[in-house]
Design a protein around this ligand. Structure first.
Ligand code: DAH
Length: 349
């Protein structure tokens, strides 16, 4: 037997023993198998070194030794593969055993989120108006003063602009954070021909000092209906139906004259206090009535501005503050609760 053949057989023995020696329970078993492969039959392993001498062999010996080397390499590879599979399966089954579920254990409670009370109220209001044929429209919160004021019959220097302490941006003199959802009225009327029936819930911003009643960010729901021969009676009927559905009981409503630049006539709508049915309680400050929203008949100037003929069409609009409504409905005494994300508050809804 040639010296090289001896070396190869010796390598075979040592490699197989090394593989044999890796215990199935060894957590580093897979790494050890790989190290064994590299050491014996890897590209820079022992077998490669031995085979370098093959060239110096006699031509008659070369095929025989070469063949032996191949056989040994295959045997070692086979043993490595077997060990690898065994180790892998062992690892898998012990992991599975570790993961096994004891179905008799009590389950752990999955914490579920809550829909924010304001979102709940928006959804409720949407549903009520859907049933009366309205759909939802949206408009931008970063707006120009044209949509927030001018087109709503509130030109520059109009005193109504001062009542809403508006946040202006540094994008330009005329770009602001909308102070009311009324901008959506204009955007809808510009795009769509009457008849129109939309509501638009959304965020509005005003530069207010924060206290229990005021917050610089709040929500409004705007409403707009445009059609032929729309009357104040229809406005009243619509809002009466809305308030009955919202408070789930028939309540008297009353209008008080008010002023908004974009409606004529304009009114403030009060409803009988749903908590004391008008007798007077803490929620209504003993008045028996709650101020709920502003409304009116759309000013002909507004219609003209968006290219709707006020001789042919008329309409009504309304707008309400959501936080105020939610505070009344759920008896919440501080607007800041809506924005502090305190779970003790949120979990009550
Ligand atoms: N935009 C008004 C405000 O923020 C609320 C309002 C009043 C909206 C009358 C209307 C309306 O659509 O007709 O105070």
């Amino acid at each position: 037997m040639h010296e090289l053949e001896k070396q190869i057989s010796d390598l075979e023995g040592r490699a197989l023993r090394a593989i044999e020696a890796v215990a199935l329970t060894d957590p580093e078993g897979l790494e050890k198998v790989e190290a064994t492969r590299l050491a014996f039959i890897g590209q820079k392993g022992e077998l490669t070194t031995i085979l370098r001498a093959l060239n110096s062999l006699d031509k008659t010996d070369r095929p025989r030794v070469g063949q032996l080397a191949n056989i040994v390499k295959q045997k070692v590879e086979g043993a490595l593969k077997e060990k690898h599979t065994a180790l892998y399966e062992q690892g898998l089954s012990s992991r599975l055993a570790g993961d096994a579920i004891d179905v008799t254990l009590p389950g752990s409670r999955i914490a579920s989120g809550h829909i924010h009370p304001l979102t709940q109220l928006i959804e409720e209001i949407n549903t009520i108006f859907f049933s009366m044929g309205f759909s939802v429209a949206e408009g931008p919160e970063v707006e120009t003063d044209y949509y927030n004021f001018d087109a709503l019959n509130t030109p520059a220097n109009h005193p109504a602009r001062d009542e809403q302490d508006t946040f202006y941006t540094n994008i330009g003199q005329s770009v602001l954070l909308r102070s009311q959802t009324s901008n959506v009225q204009i955007r809808v009327m510009e795009k769509h021909k009457p008849p129109l029936r939309i509501i638009s819930p959304g965020r509005v911003y005003r530069n207010e000092e924060i206290n229990a009643r005021k917050y610089p960010l709040f929500h409004q729901v705007e409403g707009l209906l445009i059609d032929r021969d729309v009357t104040f009676g229809q406005l009243k009927g619509t809002l009466e139906a809305f308030i009955r559905a919202l408070f789930k009981k028939p309540l008297q409503i009353r209008f008080r004259p008010d002023f908004f630049p974009f409606t004529e006539p304009s009114a403030e709508l009060d409803s009988q206090c749903p908590f004391c049915s008008g007798k007077g309680c803490r929620t209504c400050g003993n008045r028996g009535w709650l101020e709920l929203l502003g409304c009116g008949m759309v000013d002909p100037n507004v219609l003209k501005g968006v290219g709707i003929d006020p001789e042919e069409f008329s309409g009504f609009a309304f707008g309400m503050g959501l936080e105020r409504l939610a505070m009344l409905k759920y008896d919440i005494n501080d607007i800041r609760h809506f924005y502090t994300n305190d779970l003790r508050f949120l979990e009550q809804f």
